[in-house]
Design a protein around this ligand. Structure first.
Ligand code: IFM
Length: 467
């Protein structure tokens, strides 16, 4: 179907199938604000962002884009853009304060209202259960390195599924477990800010286990037609050269960034080379009998978040590093070419490489691009308009890459742009703007940027406009 629809377009046209899902993505802590309202308790990101020196300018998500109060306006914006899907996350401490026990009905009411509003506007809800806001009490009990956290996540999943199971189209268990495990517990630049490489490996396993346990809960409680998914920020790993040392360095990063999730989830095993590489840190005895069959429960699609490729050479990485046991072997080489305000290279070929790799390795798994986008230093001009031509160039090239991969057989079903709104960009605070809708954080005024108007045109036409 995909290939036929693509072939119907003329050679110069970049046209997508009529069923292609066009979305935008956000995450609870990055946009909601209302940190202390209606019974919500602190997550690890509240604690981390309130700790001096952890987040640029001392920014926190206390108010963020105030989406908790502006939700209807924000859904109206999505509808005006013509989005078919909206990817959002649920704040765990808002719906289950403290991470244990019964649900907060007030917290759930917010998501019930959001889902109702989306459905009323014909927008499919794509719900992520975990986008990094672990209840602080669970971190105090050990956090993700502690096995019980996976069970707590399954219980929380049941509460959300009970409330919304009949209306959510796509459930994503975890967003980017790599960041949660390795930025949070090894490098310490994300909450909870720990620098314990062995704990980070345990965290990765317990996140995988949490995913599998949640899949079981969703299969039981969500509507049978609901799609169950997982989102990974897979690295498009490129060795600097084909020398044995550079390719070995790239192999190590591929194991720690990609195969540590792909192999257990899709093949029910951890890579042998990963176990060998990390043997001086752990014997992996935290993987208990029966875990891998749970982790590898079938899922309906895989979400991929892609921003830029990763160029690797032999060398060493400074400590603290997000790469347990690999930091003595790898060096990250800046890629040439244009860069975004994050200083990330703009390289759409990396997305094509990832998609064609997944086409080959997971031929039966439909793919969703659940995040792709770029930060630039956007501002409203004196007329109030926000011109962001670099973002349009970025989006165009990446959608072209998606289209090329689809023409080459990758089963990509949809594209979610990151992000709908300017928001709290984690350790960078509000200094980085990823939105296609500008947010004036002093007034909470929303202004669609030129890229939003461009994207609305893409969605309406199902194809990229000519330059
Ligand atoms: O803002 C983040 C998002 O929360 C997860 N993926 C990457 C984005 C940009 O850094």
């Amino acid at each position: 179907m995909t290939t036929l629809a693509l072939h119907n377009a003329t050679a110069s046209e970049v046209a997508f199938p009529p069923t292609f899902r066009w979305g935008a993505a956000t995450a609870a802590y990055q946009i909601e604000g209302a940190a202390d309202e209606d019974g919500r308790t602190p997550s690890i990101w509240d604690t981390f962002s309130r700790t001096p020196g952890k987040v640029r300018n001392g920014d926190t998500g206390d108010i963020a884009a105030d989406h908790y109060h502006c939700m209807r306006e924000d859904v109206a914006i999505m509808a005006a853009l013509g989005l078919t899907d909206y990817r959002f996350s649920v704040s765990w401490p808002r719906v289950q304060p403290g991470g244990r026990g019964p649900a907060s009905q007030k917290g759930l009411d917010f998501y019930r209202a959001l889902v109702d509003e989306l459905l009323a506007k014909g927008i499919r809800p794509v719900l992520t259960l975990y986008h990094w806001d672990l209840p602080q009490e669970l971190e105090d009990a050990g956090g993700w390195p502690q096995r019980d956290t996976a069970q707590r996540f399954a219980d929380y999943t049941a509460l959300v599924a009970e409330a919304l199971g009949d209306r959510v189209h796509t459930w994503t268990t975890l967003n980017e477990p790599w960041c949660a495990a390795f930025l949070g517990y090894a490098e310490g630049v994300h909450a909870p800010g720990r620098t314990e490489p062995e704990a980070a490996l345990r965290a990765a396993h317990h996140l995988n286990l949490a995913h599998g346990l949640a899949v079981d809960v969703l299969r039981e409680q969500a509507h049978p037609s609901a799609e169950v998914s997982l989102t990974l920020n897979l690295a498009a790993v490129r060795p600097l050269s084909d020398s044995p040392t550079d390719t070995d360095a790239a192999r190590r990063i591929d194991a720690l960034a990609n195969r540590i999730f792909l192999d257990p989830v899709f093949h029910g095993r951890y890579p042998q080379d990963l176990r060998a590489d990390t043997a001086k840190l752990t014997d992996w005895s935290f993987v208990q009998d029966g875990d891998l069959p749970i982790i590898s429960r079938p899922i309906d699609s895989l979400g991929i978040n892609y921003y830029s490729p990763t160029m690797i050479a032999a060398g060493s990485h400074p400590l603290p590093s997000p790469w347990p046991a690999a930091q003595e072997h790898v060096r990250f080489v800046p890629a040439p070419g244009p860069r975004t305000a994050m200083d990330w290279p703009v390289d759409a070929d990396g997305l094509h490489e990832l998609l064609t790799r997944l086409r080959d390795e997971l031929p039966d798994t439909p793919l969703l691009i659940t995040e792709n986008g770029a930060a630039y230093d956007d501002y409203a001009d004196p007329t109030g308009a926000v011109h962001d031509p670099e973002r349009i160039t970025y989006l165009r090239s990446h959608l072209q890459a998606v289209h090329r991969a689809m023409a080459a057989g990758a089963d990509v079903r949809g594209y979610f742009l990151w992000s709908l709104l300017d928001n709290f960009e984690w350790a960078y605070g509000y200094s980085k703007r990823f939105g296609i809708v500008h947010v004036d954080f002093a007034t909470q005024r929303r202004t669609p940027k030129d890229s939003a108007l461009w994207y609305a045109d893409v969605v309406a036409q199902g194809r990229l406009p000519h330059d």
